[in-house]
Design a protein around this ligand. Structure first.
Ligand SMILES: NC(=O)c1ccc[n+]([C@@H]2O[C@H](COP(=O)([O-])OP(=O)(O)OC[C@H]3O[C@@H](n4cnc5c(N)ncnc54)[C@H](O)[C@@H]3O)[C@@H](O)[C@H]2O)c1
Length: 292
């Protein structure tokens, strides 16, 4: 049996809590071991720390990630970074400098210059990091993409994404960076397009990318209209049209406005069929000769 993967998680609240739950389950199966964690507000997570049985599991808790890595970095196999977007680059860098692969929450950053630097840094890293765009590994998605690449549906002409995810005002008050454009001189650009629904945006690029399975379309030109209904710095409603370098047309409509249940759908228009994919629910092939 393989030794458990030794993990450090940066952060405890928000989505970091889900990472803690998952690692605790993997630990019960002997597949992982949480060595250390940190949070500037660690004391406010006392109840969670008791639930996660940190004392019994021997987990070390630190107030910040630099102290944590200085004390425990050499004992780790993986660093998990589910923290505010604008902190990802420096935390990824700290992991790379220690030779650790980083599980970086999406989006890696929304500052494109910073992204270029992160990619260059990762290329020379001892171990590659990865970004948690977790819908890419869905088996039905991978099978359908193989069929697209094999040419079964004819050439891909266009793809659309509708992702409506109504969010109340509280959503933007849950932390200091939600809905922000800049903070402390750093680019945040938090939005339904760049963050909350970034999975689906990424999925659309995946459907239309080739020739390898794990390839993503490259936008050549982008036109967009952005709107705001919530009292936030950024936008909460996006209409985006893009042409890819291979001539595929992409159209996106995303919003955090409205009320009620959300909805999302990824659609890929090919010469012989239209494919509709709804994460976790539904995959449909509608042939243009009438078959479904
Ligand atoms: N994959 C998904 O489905 C999914 C879902 C939700 C959020 N996310 C991503 O997770 C990341 C975090 O989002 P969130 O809404 O949980 O953010 P958040 O602001 O709630 O932060 C998460 C935790 O990081 C801690 N933190 C903040 N600064 C820190 C620092 N300097 N050092 C250590 N810890 C620090 C916060 O105290 C908090 O406990 C974002 O990138 C977000 O896009 C992914």
């Amino acid at each position: 049996m393989k030794p458990p993967i030794r993990i450090g998680i940066v952060g405890m609240g928000g989505f970091a809590g889900w990472h803690h739950n998952t690692v605790a389950k993997l630990e019960e199966r002997g597949e992982a071991r949480l060595i250390c964690t940190c949070d500037p507000a660690a004391a406010t997570f006392a109840a969670q720390q008791a639930d996660w049985k940190f004392n019994a599991r021997g987990v070390s808790v630190f107030p910040d990630y630099r102290t944590m890595l200085a004390a425990c970095g050499s004992q780790l196999d993986l660093l998990v970074v589910p923290t505010p977007i604008q902190l990802h680059a420096e935390m990824h860098r700290a992991g790379v400098e220690l030779g650790l692969p980083v599980y970086l929450e999406k989006p890696p950053t929304l500052d494109y210059l910073e992204l270029e630097e992160m990619i260059v840094r990762d290329r020379s890293a001892r171990k590659s990091s990865f970004v948690g765009f977790n819908f890419i590994i869905e088996k039905p998605r991978l099978a359908l993409k193989e069929r697209i690449l094999a040419g079964e549906f004819g050439a891909v002409r266009s793809a659309t994404l509708i992702a409506l995810w109504p969010r109340p005002a509280d959503y933007f008050r849950r932390n200091s960076w939600a809905g922000r454009l800049m903070m402390d001189g750093r680019v945040v650009l938090d939005s339904c397009f760049g963050n909350a629904n970034a999975h689906f945006v990424h999925n659309l690029l995946f459907w239309t990318g080739g020739p390898e399975l794990y390839s993503w379309a490259q936008p050549a030109a982008v036109r967009a209209e952005l709107y705001r209904a919530h009292a936030i710095e950024g936008a909460d409603t996006f209409f985006v049209e893009a042409d890819t370098t291979t001539g595929v047309n992409l159209r996106f409509a995303l919003s955090h406005t409205g009320t009620g249940a959300g909805t999302h759908a990824e659609t890929v228009l090919c010469d012989k069929a239209t494919l509709k994919y709804i994460v976790g629910q539904h995959a449909e092939i509608r042939w243009h000769d009438g078959r479904t």
